[in-house]
Write a protein that binds this ligand. Structure first.
Ligand SMILES: [Mg+2]
Ligand SMILES: [Zn+2]
Length: 188
């Protein structure tokens, strides 16, 4: 018989924990087959804005880790992306939330870099910047299996936000929820 899985609640998440957030599909709406190249194309997911304040109060660190190969494709400049992120962070602050650091991979898949998720280069950078980050006390929230692979590689807890796969299985995620609201209810 399979051991019943621990509930998220039993992890007792507190300020000693870190939350790694994927961006597209979690913070803002994913543009299928495209990229957010301008601020006006950046559309917050309402549940994210609703819960980021509460999540910021719960976790010690809030860090965004995102693959942005739109830079390698020259669809947006580094300066342009920085502007989008500046506006994003300021909107998050207005809702009582915070982002302690944001890392992005600017490379193309073929570049073979060490930072494109599921590789863990961005995690290692975060760990260098914040010495008290513990991967065993970190949650990764993402909408792709590659985010869950990323979580698993470093021994972090992977939470897949996926309205479609919730309850179906066949995922590397430790937990699957339909949205951030259900995740918040599971940890609070
Ligand atoms: Mg995503
Ligand atoms: Zn990279």
């Amino acid at each position: 018989m399979k051991k019943p899985k621990k509930t998220l609640k039993s992890l007792n998440i507190d300020k000693s924990w870190t939350l790694f957030l994927d961006r597209d599909g979690i913070v803002n709406k994913l543009i299928v087959g495209g990229y957010v190249c301008k601020w006006k194309e950046f559309k917050f997911i309402p549940a994210f804005l609703k819960y980021i304040g509460r999540l910021s109060g719960k976790f010690g660190h809030i860090i965004i880790v995102t693959n942005q190969r739109c830079i390698a494709k020259r669809l947006v400049s580094k300066k342009g992306l920085a502007l989008i992120h500046k506006k994003m962070v300021s909107a998050i602050k207005k809702r009582g939330g915070r982002v302690d650091r944001l890392y992005y991979c600017p490379h193309e898949i073929e570049d073979g870099c060490s930072c494109r998720k599921p590789k863990i280069g961005m995690l290692l950078k975060a760990k260098k910047a914040f010495k008290n980050i513990k991967f065993a006390k970190s949650v990764v929230i993402g909408d792709f299996e590659s985010d869950m692979e990323f979580a698993r590689k470093a021994g972090m807890t992977g939470v897949l936000i996926s309205p479609k796969t919730a309850g179906i299985g066949g995922t590397k995620a430790d937990y699957v929820y339909e949205g951030l609201e259900a995740f918040w209810k599971a940890i609070k």
